[in-house]
Design a protein. Sequence first.
Lengths: 488, 126
Amino acid sequence: MDFWTENICVAGIEPITRLATDLAARLFMMSELFPSQRLRPIGLLAILGTLLGLSAAGVVAAFDLWLKEAVLPVDLLIAALTSLLIGPLFVYVPLRLARRNERLKDELDAVNQQLSREARSLRVISAELSRANRQLQFSQTVAGVSYYELDFDSGVVNGSPELSTLLPSSPTDRLTLTGLLAWIHPEDRGQFSAFIERCRRDHASGHSDFRVRGPDDVERWLHIYGEFVAGNGYAAGGMVGVLQDVSEPRQALARVQELNEMKSRFIAMTSHEFRTPLTAILSSTEMLEAYADRLAPEKRAKLYGMIKSAVCNMTSLLDEVLFIGRADTGHLAFKPSPTVIDVFCENLLQEIRTGIGVNHRIVHLRLGDTRSDCADPQLLRQILTNLLSNAVKFSPQGSEVTLAAERAGESLVFEVTDRGLGIPPEDQHDLFSTFHRARNVNNIQGTGLGLAIVRQCVDLHGGEISFRSELGQGSVFRVRISTDGESR
Amino acid sequence: MSNVLIIENDPALRSLISQLLELEGFEVSVVENGRLALEVLGERIPDLVLCDLLMPEMNGCEVLKVLKQNPETAGVPLVFLTASAVPSDRERCLELGASAFMTKPFHQAELLATIRALLPEAGVSL
């Protein structure tokens, strides 16, 4: 039996329709392989061709069977009528399927395009989010700000990674309120606990400043902002907020306060130091005007001398204030020039001996070669004059004041020694501060600027100054300046 | 003759004020700080005290407190002569019981007028 007898004649018409449908479906699937709309009709033509081919084959097979009298004419008629009725279905159904498939395909394409657009949009949003997150992290790091969440029930504190830069904890540590309290400065713990309690009790927000031991074991100031967050059900809730490192603003504030105090000291000092000689000048002139005829010539001369002395004191004070002012504003230049220190010191000591040190024994110890190219003679004069002037002022008349100069390696070392009052230990810490005067100076004249000037001049040399002093025994001030010019 | 105790840190002003008061017929005692003033006050009570405010060892306010605590010296008028221009110093001193507060530099006539106002029986005016 041939193919047609086996498949069509035995099985009847149904397998043919199934085969046709199957083929059509396969061909439609093939048509899907054509991605271009222009090539799709090729698939449909292939289906139509196949159906026509199958019909022709069916007619030939039926005619062959009729000729072999294997089938009755009435059967052929029934088959033909059935084919006429069912045949269009072979075209109609695949076409409907194709159209539906096409519609679904279009819908799928639209959905795909929509998804692609949304995916692109999400990628843009994701990139922007990443960038914003980086900016936030950068800002938090630079500003020293960290986000935190505190759970009142467990006492656990969670937060952004910057927490570990503010507190002595690593990012992996489990941070708790109790642990945080242990790092807070004992003086600030009560205030910090009260702040947390206030937020919890009043369901409020607030802020507070406190000191804490930082990761580097250095104390720092933190500013905390927090607000209450209600819990679910029976949970106590918690707090959210930020912690910020405010050490620098605090230091700046302390510096401003220090400068204000210095300004106040300056005003008080200038008021006192200027008003006193002004009173002497005013009183002397008024006395000369009112009592000239009753005053002996020597008393009148004494009054004129007081006026001159007061004017000199005021001029000297003004010079010192201006010098400090120039040094503080950076207008004091360091101008080194070749100097033979021995000769320089001897000339200076001559001035001292015939001036303020007329009642003291001023000794110059020359210790080897002390030539230098790296000293500024003007600044060096300020250093030595002020040290020698102090030594003379604060030691008894007739006592010895010594200036020694020597080379020690690449440095020049000066030592001024007196056998005077000495400096009380409690005043030694602030000795070089502007307007600071030791408490045992009594009524010895002075402005508290001399040693501040010395310190400025030594600093301009890139040198060092130190001293040792014993109350009632005297003091030794030691200045070291470099001779190689590399210290500055 | 009224006796005036001058407590002044600055030697030039000590000399000038004492000269002025002597020329005006006052009897003058002079010391350079508060501690020495208390020693003088223990020996003789003056009719009036002229006192510097800022002095080493013992400042003017401390002297005033000691003066007011002692019934024998509580009535002695004390005039502050100070180079301080801080307004709060003036208020503080007057609250403590100072009779007057004069800021340096002052005119001699003003000083003499203040003294005479506090010592009606003082010597002749300028």
